[in-house]
Each structure stands twice: as structure tokens, then as C-alpha cells.
Design a protein around this ligand. Structure first.
Ligand SMILES: [Zn+2]
Length: 430
């Protein structure tokens, strides 16, 4: 995604100038994020899979330290000769005024007798502004069954979906030397980021100053609720403070927030304890739930009326257009004494013809068809078939009874209209 906002353009610039992972970060990641092994054969010959050093053991211990490289190793009795794996790690830092959380993947390739190879690639970055707004810059994810499959050739760009990055940021180890935005007065590290990804946690606390108040003065449950429901925190905060002052018992905060939002929809005063501190929340919730449903129903009805008005207006215009184009044929009836074939003279007449005969002459808008004339063949006023005459050739192009079936009068009607085409022509040149 191309950077479009000022914030996005700024962080893309700064992102390009970030330095690669440091030596100490890389060493920590390799040491802490992976399990390290010593592979031991039945003979007792043991190999450090990290540095390739080989020695003999008596074959009892399941843990050891490599005498050569000092790595703590888990001993495995195996004849395998290689291991490969990947792990992610995260680094919290500051760049200018921004909090960053950089995410790296480490690929490990270990072959017996050789020094292990580790390859570190940066996959994504969270950038958090002092107001808590954040963006993600990262590699594109390739189309794959595995969610964390990144397209390593793709550039580091703004990514709109941070689902996978959020998962990596939350679930994988964090480099212990971290820099956190000094304006954040909350011990997010000591609180283990409240169970969220560090980036999301920092962004939430920066964007919702209410959370700091809650942390100091309220219960863990209340803090957790608003931390995880930021929009309810914003929407209900003023009411919450009033209700709290009146020592209201919030036994179901989620239900109460829904109730407050419904009060707002009903334009009630959400600072008034009379409304916001109901004795029976469940009952009050149900009453306002019904009121909101009624309001929504009213809105739907209103929209329906407006839609019908628009439709009526359109129908009127169509009828006007139809009359302008076809009125010269109105009143024309072709008759053989028994069958009367008469010109349909309004949009309404088309709709009625269509609905009585179960044909699409109305719904398919034959009235707006330029070079055709629609007539209804009737005996003593009863509809028999509907006729379409081409105004180009002055001949019948369609003629059908109810449900588009032909009646016993079909051929008679077609012949009658075709042989009297001069009557239609006369109206055209009149
Ligand atoms: Zn070693």
C-alpha cells in the first residue's frame, strides 16, 4: 500500500533509515529463541550442533554445556545430521518521537560438524505516534496455507492488515533491552503488556488517557474491559464517571455500555443518574432495546416511503415519456366484430396487462421500447392475448396469451393485426 497520509509518509522515510539488527540483539535471539542441541551417537560421540565441536560422553546426562562455544545444549540420542527451524523475535525502541516495535525472523540451519548458520530478516515494524495512532510497515504475505509465509522479495510497505504481525508481536520473545515512549507513565513491562501485544498495548494506553485513571483508581476487571473495548471506553466514559460518583454497581459493564449507547440513540441525557444508574439494568436494557428497535423500524419505514416516492416520481416521468412517444396511437382499436385489439395507453395499463396475464410486458418495461407498439386483444373486455407490433416493419413480432402461451385465437389475432397495419401507419403519418 502506498503511503498517503503525512504520518505514513514520515514513517516510511524514517523506516528506510533504521539500522539493521545489532550484534547483541542477534546473539540474544540466537541464544534465547532457539533450543540448542548436542547430537549423541550410541558410541557416546557427541557433537555440538551449534559450533560443530565433538567430544565423547558416558551417555547419561540429558543436558550439557559445549566446552568449545559455551552454549547450553539439550542432548539428543540420534543419528540425524541436520536441523532447521525458524523463530521470530521483537525489539521495542524509539525513533524520533515514535515508538517502534520491530519484528524479525531468524532462520537456523544446523549441519553436523559445521558451524550453525543463522539468518535474520526483518519482516515488519509497528510505528506508534505519541497520540497512540499506529501503522504497520512490513513485507507482503505470500499466498500460502501458512499465515506467516512472507514474500521476502517484497518491499517494506504500509500494510493495512496487521493480524499476523499482531500475532507475532504478541506471541514471540521480546528483546529485554527496550526503549518505551517516555510520555507513557504506565509500567507496561511490569504488567506484562496486560496480555496484549506490546505494540497494541502501548498504542491503547497512549490513545486512551482514561486507562491511566482506571489503572490507578479502579478494579482490574474494569481496566481490562475498557482496555479491550476502546470504542466503548470513548463512548461511555463521561457516563461512567457520573455513575461511579453515584457509587453505581457495575456488575455487568458490557451490558451497561450497550445500555448507555442505546440511551444515546434515544437521545436521553447520559449524564443523568436517573437514566444511567438503573436499579435493574437488565430490565432497563430490555426497555431501551425495544425503543431502539422501534426507532430503527421507523427509520426503515421512512426510507421505504422515500424510496416509494422516488419510484412514483420515476413512474410518472416514464408515463409522461410514454404518452409523448405513443399518444398518437391511443384510442386505436382493430376489430373483426368479435375480437377487439386495442392500444395500451398508459404505463399503468402495461403493469395491469402484465400482472393479469402473468407476462413481463410491464416489468420488462415494454412501454419504454421505442419502435414497438403494444396492444391487448380482448373479447367482450376479457384479455385473450397481448400483441407487440414493430413500428419499423408494421407487423406482429410477438403475440402471447396468459403465461406466454398461445390461445385458440392466436392466428386470428395475428392475421387481424397484420391485415390492418395500415390503420397503425395512418396514425404515424397523421
Ligand atoms: Zn559448541
Amino acid at each position: 500500500m502506498k503511503a498517503t497520509t503525512k504520518f505514513q509518509k514520515d514513517i516510511i522515510q524514517k523506516s528506510m533509515k533504521l539500522r539493521p539488527v545489532t550484534k547483541s540483539q542477534a546473539e540474544w535471539a540466537i541464544r534465547e529463541c532457539f533450543d540448542h542441541y548436542a547430537y549423541r551417537l550410541k558410541s557416546g560421540k557427541t557433537t555440538c550442533m551449534d559450533c560443530g565441536h565433538t567430544w565423547d560422553t558416558d551417555g547419561k546426562a540429558d543436558k550439557c554445556v559445549c566446552h568449545h562455544c559455551g552454549m547450553k545444549l539439550e542432548v539428543k540420542n540420534t543419528q540425524d545430521r541436520k536441523i532447521s527451524g525458524k523463530m521470530y523475535f521483537n525489539v521495542l525502541g524509539m525513533t524520533g518521537k515514535y515508538q517502534t516495535m520491530r519484528m524479525f525472523v531468524v532462520f537456523a540451519e544446523m549441519r553436523k560438524g559445521k558451524k550453525a548458520e543463522y539468518n535474520i530478516v526483518e519482516i515488519g515494524q509497528y510505528w506508534i505516534a505519541p497520540n497512540g495512532q499506529y501503522e504497520v510497515i512490513g513485507l507482503r504475505r505470500s499466498m500460502s496455507f501458512y499465515v506467516d509465509c512472507f514474500a521476502f522479495g517484497s518491499g517494506m510497505e504500509i500494510r493495512s492488515n496487521d493480524e499476523v504481525f499482531s500475532f507475532i508481536a504478541r506471541e514471540f520473545p521480546l528483546y529485554p533491552k527496550m526503549k518505551i515512549m517516555p510520555s507513557l507513565h504506565i509500567d507496561v513491562v511490569g504488567n506484562k503488556f496486560f496480555g496484549m501485544s506490546p505494540a497494541r498495548c502501548i498504542s491503547r494506553f497512549l490513545s486512551l488517557p482514561q486507562l491511566e485513571t482506571l489503572l490507578k483508581n479502579d478494579t482490574k476487571e474494569v481496566l481490562n474491559y475498557f482496555l479491550n473495548n476502546p470504542s466503548n471506553c470513548r463512548a461511555c466514559w463521561a457516563s461512567y464517571k457520573v455513575a461511579k460518583r453515584h457509587r453505581y454497581d457495575f456488575h455487568d459493564l458490557g451490558l451497561w455500555c450497550d445500555y448507555i449507547k442505546m440511551l444515546k440513540t434515544c437521545k436521553k441525557d447520559v449524564h443523568n443518574p436517573h437514566f444511567i444508574c438503573p436499579e435493574n439494568l437488565l430490565e432497563a436494557h430490555d426497555i431501551y432495546h425495544k425503543k431502539v428497535l422501534a426507532i430503527e423500524e421507523g427509520r426503515r419505514r421512512e426510507a421505504d416511503i422515500r424510496r416509494k416516492e422516488r419510484e412514483a416520481l420515476r413512474a410518472e416521468r416514464e408515463n409522461e415519456k410514454f404518452i409523448k412517444e405513443k399518444s398518437r396511437f391511443f384510442g386505436l382499436t382493430i376489430s373483426d366484430g368479435e375480437i377487439d385489439v386495442m392500444v395500451l395507453d398508459s404505463v399503468e395499463a402495461f403493469i395491469e396487462e402484465g400482472s393479469v396475464q402473468h407476462i413481463c410486458v410491464g416489468t420488462a418495461m415494454y412501454y419504454s421500447k421505442k419502435d414497438s407498439l403494444i396492444l391487448s386483444a380482448r373479447i367482450e373486455g376479457k384479455r385473450i392475448e397481448t400483441v407487440e407490433v414493430s413500428l419499423d416493419t408494421l407487423s406482429v413480432i410477438q403475440c402471447h396469451g396468459a403465461y406466454n402461451k398461445n390461445t385458440e385465437y392466436h392466428n386470428r389475432i395475428v392475421d387481424l393485426v397484420n391485415s390492418n397495419a395500415h390503420l397503425i401507419k395512418a396514425r404515424m403519418i397523421a
